[in-house]
Design a protein around this ligand. Structure first.
Ligand code: PEP
Ligand code: MG
Length: 535
C-alpha cells in the first residue's frame, strides 16, 4: 500500500481500478515544402474541423453540466481564432517554408512556455486551454483523435487533463480524477465539481498504476494505491457514511428553515443557468437569492438580445413558480470577461470598470437587460439586484434608468412587473453607509466574497494568499452586522449570497446576527438548513 497526499479539488470517496491516461505521443517532424498555399489550406480545413468538434463539446457541456462549462469551449472557439496565435503560426509556415502541423506544435509550445512560468494562477491555468486547442488542430491535420475510454467504472489517473478530455469521458465510467497538474481554479477542476466527481491533484501519477486498485479520498486530497484490506474496509465504511449523510439530509426536504426564537430564515440558492435552477428545486431551495446573469452572457457567442434574455429569465421564474427569483444585473469585469465586449486591459481590474460601473457607462446595455428583467417580472415573484454599489448616487442613477424602462414598457403596452429593487453590499463603502442606502432600496444582499476582498485588500483570485483571505475576520463580521442592523432599522431585509453563507462553521452565528436570508450553492442548501436549525 502506498499513500500520496495531494490537493483537494472535489470531495467524495471513490474505490476502484486505475485507468492511466497519457496523451498519445505523436512524432511531429519539421518538413520543408515549396507548396505553402497547400499548407495554409490544410490548416484552414483543420481549424474548421476543430471548430465543429468544439461546437459539439459545447452542446454536450450544456446538456451534461451548465452554461459555465459550456463557456470553456466557447473560449476555445475564440482562442482558435486568436490573432497572436494565428499570426505566429502563419509566420512560421511562410518564413520557414514548413508544414502546418510543425508550425502549430511549435507555436503551441512557445505560448505555453510563456504562460506556464507566470505566477498568476489564472494565466498558468490557461496553458491547458492553449495545449488543448493546438493539439486539436494537430489531430485534425494528422487525422487522429485523442480518446479517453474506460470499459468499466475507473479512477482516471493522468499527468494533466484538458477540459475537453474531462468532458469527453463517459460519466457512467468515471469514479474519480487523480492528476499531477491542475490548480483549484483550473477549468478541469471546475468541471469535476460540476460533474460532482471526487478529484485530487498534485499527485505524481505513474503509468504502472494502470489497472491497480486504488482509493481517492477527495475530502482530504489523498490517493491510496493498492490499499490493504483494513484500509479498504475503513474507506468502504466512510463511503457508506457519506451515502447515509446524503439520505439523512434528504429528510430535510420540505422542512421550513426556522432559527432561534422560531424566526423563519429564507434559505435560497445561487444560480448561473437554468440547469442550476433545476438543481435548486431538487435540493428544496426556497428561492433563488442570486441569479448571476453574467454566466448566461458568458455562455453566448455574442451579446444576448432583450428577447433572448427575457426568455431565459422568464423560464427561470416560471420554473420557480411563486418562489422568489433575485436577478442580478451584469457583473462583468475583473475575472469575468466577455470576449465580444472587448473591454480594454486594466492595470488593476478588481478595482476597475466592473459590474454597476460598467453598466452605468453603457446605459443602453443596462436598459436592455432591465427591460428583460422587468418583463420577466410579469410571470412570477421577481426582484432585481445591482452589484458592486459604492455610493448613493450610483443607486439613484440605476433607479432612474429602471423608472425610464418601466415608463417605456407601459407606453408600449408591454406587460411587466413592478418588482423589488435591491443592492449587493460588497464594498466596505456600501456597508459603512448602509443606513443611508437602506432608505433607497427594498433589500440588501451581502456579497462576502468581494466584501472580504475589498475590506482586507486581498485579491480573491490569488490562491497564494489563501492563508490571509479570511471571511471570518472581525472587520468583515462587523461590516455584516452593521449592514443587517441598518437594514432592519430602515424596515428592509438583509441576506448573504457570498460563499460565507455556506460556511457551516459560521452560519448559526450569521443567523444569530439577524440575517434574514442565506443564498448558497444548490448542493449546500440542505446542509445549511441542518446547521442553522441545530440546537
Ligand atoms: C460576492 O462577491 O460575494 C458575490 C456573491 O458576488 P460574486 O461572487 O459573483 O462576485
Ligand atoms: Mg461580488
Amino acid at each position: 500500500m502506498e499513500i500520496f497526499k495531494g490537493n483537494k479539488i472535489n470531495g467524495g470517496i471513490a474505490i476502484g481500478n486505475v485507468l492511466f491516461y497519457s496523451r498519445e505521443q505523436r512524432k511531429i517532424v519539421r518538413r520543408r515544402t515549396e507548396n505553402i498555399k497547400e499548407e495554409f489550406s490544410k490548416l484552414e480545413a483543420a481549424k474548421r474541423e476543430a471548430a465543429l468538434q468544439l461546437e459539439e463539446l459545447r452542446r454536450r457541456a450544456y446538456e451534461q453540466t451548465d452554461a459555465r462549462n459550456a463557456q470553456i469551449f466557447e473560449s476555445h472557439l475564440v482562442l482558435l481564432e486568436d490573432y497572436d496565435l494565428n499570426t505566429a503560426i502563419a509566420d512560421i509556415i511562410k518564413n520557414q517554408g514548413v508544414n502546418a502541423e510543425y508550425a502549430v506544435a511549435i507555436t503551441g509550445d512557445r505560448f505555453v512556455a510563456r504562460f506556464e512560468n507566470m505566477e498568476d494562477e489564472y494565466f498558468s491555468a490557461r496553458c491547458e486551454d492553449i495545449r488543448d486547442i493546438t493539439e486539436r488542430v494537430i489531430d485534425a491535420l494528422m487525422g487522429g483523435a485523442r480518446r479517453l475510454e474506460a470499459s468499466e467504472p475507473s479512477i482516471i489517473a493522468a499527468h494533466d487533463l484538458t477540459p475537453s478530455e474531462t468532458l469527453r469521458t463517459d460519466r457512467t465510467k468515471l469514479l474519480a480524477f487523480v492528476t499531477q497538474k491542475g490548480s483549484v481554479s483550473s477549468h478541469t477542476a471546475i468541471l469535476s465539481r460540476a460533474m460532482n466527481i471526487p478529484a485530487v491533484s498534485g499527485i505524481e501519477v505513474r503509468a504502472e498504476w494502470d489497472e491497480r486498485l486504488a482509493i481517492v479520498d477527495g475530502h482530504n486530497g489523498i490517493f491510496i494505491l493498492e490499499p490493504d484490506e483494513e484500509t479498504l474496509e475503513s474507506y468502504r465504511g466512510l463511503q457508506r457514511n457519506d451515502e447515509h449523510q446524503e439520505r439523512l439530509l434528504g429528510r430535510l426536504k420540505g422542512v421550513k428553515t426556522v432559527v432561534g426564537n422560531g424566526r423563519r430564515l429564507n434559505l435560497y440558492a445561487n444560480a448561473g443557468s437554468l440547469e442550476d435552477i433545476d438543481a435548486a428545486l431538487g435540493n428544496d431551495a426556497e428561492g433563488i437569492g442570486l441569479l448571476r446573469t453574467e454566466f448566461i452572457f458568458m455562455g453566448s457567442a455574442q451579446m444576448p438580445t432583450e428577447q433572448q434574455q427575457f426568455e431565459i429569465y422568464r423560464k427561470a421564474v416560471q420554473k420557480m413558480a411563486d418562489k422568489k427569483v433575485i436577478i442580478r444585473t451584469l457583473d462583468i469585469g475583473a475575472d469575468k470577461q466577455l470576449p465580444y465586449m472587448a473591454l480594454g486591459r486594466e492595470d488593476n481590474p478588481a478595482m476597475g470598470c466592473r459590474a454597476i460601473r460598467l453598466c452605468l457607462t453603457r446605459p443602453e446595455m443596462l436598459k436592455t437587460q432591465l427591460r428583460a428583467i422587468f418583463r420577466a417580472g410579469a410571470y412570477g415573484n421577481v426582484a432585481v439586484m445591482y452589484p458592486m454599489i459604492a455610493s448613493v448616487e450610483e443607486v439613484r442613477r440605476v433607479k432612474r434608468l429602471a423608472s425610464e424602462v418601466k415608463e417605456e414598457l407601459a407606453r408600449e403596452n408591454t406587460a411587466y412587473g413592478n418588482i423589488e429593487q435591491g443592492i449587493m453590499i460588497e464594498t466596505p463603502a456600501a456597508a459603512i453607509i448602509s443606513d443611508i442606502l437602506a432608505k433607497e432600496v427594498d433589500f440588501f444582499s451581502i456579497g462576502t466574497n468581494d466584501l472580504t476582498q475589498y475590506a482586507l485588500a486581498i485579491d480573491r483570485q490569488n490562491s497564494g494568499l489563501a492563508q490571509f483571505f479570511n471571511p471570518h475576520h472581525e472587520a468583515v463580521l462587523r461590516l455584516i452586522k452593521m449592514t443587517v442592523d441598518n437594514a432592519h432599522a430602515a424596515g428592509i431585509w438583509a441576506g448573504i449570497c457570498g460563499e460565507l453563507a455556506s460556511d457551516l462553521s459560521i452560519v448559526k452565528d450569521l443567523a444569530d446576527m439577524g440575517v434574514d436570508e442565506l443564498s448558497v450553492a444548490a448542493g449546500m442548501v440542505l446542509r445549511v438548513r441542518k446547521a442553522v436549525m441545530e440546537k
